[in-house]
Ligand binder design. Structure first.
Ligand SMILES: *Cc1c(COP(=O)(O)O)cnc(C)c1O
Length: 373
């Protein structure tokens, strides 16, 4: 049996006719830049995220960058974030000239630990970027409290967590900004690169100016922004797909529940593997990834065994960001963020996409059970 980590064709085929007709209509209009499709999608996204507004941009990476630019972040400023995230979270901070400062993670949720953030605040700190990793919300209440006490902005990196909830609130509606990615492997993926920033209604105008080279009127530039515009073609695709997002996320949750049952039945112990855990605070986890922890230093061996048996799996992420070559000048060293560094040596993502058939999930667990026999 062949089990892919993700198969996007299964999601696409039932929507193909509808999407193709929307794409064809857009091509007939030849209206590719911004316009009604982008505006419609922005409204739908803001409603979905229960945020005051949303602004479509080129990618999740640019969503982070544009929010930092609007906040005027630059050289000499510090922004606190997690060392256990996709590179772009930290890359964005460096791209605007600021200094990333790491705070270690909570081993249960893999998300930034608010107590560790408090220790890292200095007079130069301007903001915090918590990441809702793998589809589960970070502990936002204490983070917002710290931010308010110290006058910091909060950008939620919600790239992996669209529709996830924290104490009944949607991610992207809690901080000052939410950054979303529509990279194809995210729960809501477009047909290439795309992203969005959510924020309060009064902030959208400035974001839209920055998205278009800081231009407030035609050829009048109040700021230096950039070309961060979401394509109308992508917006048309996203509007159609957004209507199915809750069903897809529910299918991922059902697959996660099915895995829990299968792992328990297979007799795999907590000494061998820990399944992803949900936080103590109330969450809606949307399972962009189902990341197990493999104990006893056997993660890479299990990864190779799964690959030999045609089971797709991946390590998100194998290296704490403070140890990346390009961040060496920040002075990080091994042992600085022990919870993150342990996670990088243990995590392994298993196939969780909504259309993954039951027999494939069973095969995944059987193969893992065989490895531990
Ligand atoms: C995917 C992702 C990004 C970047 O999104 P792109 O659309 O690929 O630029 C940023 N942060 C996190 C946590 C992500 O998973």
């Amino acid at each position: 049996m062949q089990v892919p980590l993700l198969d996007l064709r299964a999601q696409y085929s039932p929507l193909k006719a509808e999407i193709m007709s929307a794409v064809s209509e857009l091509c007939d209009s030849q209206h590719f830049i911004l316009g009604p499709k982008v505006e419609a999608f922005e409204q739908e996204l803001a409603a979905y995220c229960r945020s005051g507004g949303a602004v479509g941009v080129t990618s999740g990476s640019d969503a982070l960058i544009i929010a930092l630019m609007v906040e005027g972040v630059g050289p000499g400023d510090e922004v606190i974030t997690s060392p256990f995230t996709f590179f772009a979270t930290v890359g964005a901070i460096v791209r605007v000239g600021a200094t990333p400062v790491f705070a270690d993670i909570d081993p249960v949720t893999f998300n930034i630990d608010p107590a560790k953030i408090a220790e890292k605040i200095t007079p130069r700190t301007k903001g915090i970027i918590p990441v809702h990793l793998f589809g589960q919300a970070a502990d936002m209440d204490p983070i917002m409290k710290l931010a308010r006490e110290h006058g910091l902005f909060v950008i939620e990196d919600a790239c992996q967590a669209i529709g996830a909830e924290y104490r009944g609130r949607r991610v992207g509606s809690i901080g000052d900004y939410g950054a979303f990615s529509f990279f194809p492997s995210k729960n809501l993926g477009c047909f290439g690169d795309g992203g969005a920033v959510t924020c309060s209604a009064d902030r959208t105008a400035l974001l839209k100016i920055f998205r278009n080279h800081g231009q407030s009127k035609t050829y009048i530039h109040e700021y230096v922004g950039g070309n961060f515009r979401l394509d109308a073609l992508q917006a048309a695709v996203l509007s159609i797909k957004l209507r199915h997002l809750d069903a897809w996320s529910a299918a991922r949750q059902a697959n996660a529940a099915a895995y829990r049952k299968l792992f328990a039945e297979a007799g795999i112990t907590e000494e061998e593997i820990t399944l992803p855990r949900e936080a103590d605070y109330p969450v809606r986890h949307i399972y962009n990834q189902f990341c197990i922890r493999v104990h006893g230093g056997r993660r890479d061996a299990l990864k190779n065994f799964l690959a030999q048996n045609n089971v797709g799996c991946a390590v998100y992420y194998p290296l704490s960001l403070h140890l990346q070559e390009c961040f060496k000048s920040l002075g990080g060293k091994a042992g600085d963020y022990p919870a993150c560094e342990l996670a990088t040596s243990e995590v392994l993502a298993l196939p969780i996409y909504g259309e993954c058939p039951a027999e494939q999930r069973e095969f995944v667990v059987e193969t893992i059970a065989k490895f531990f026999k």
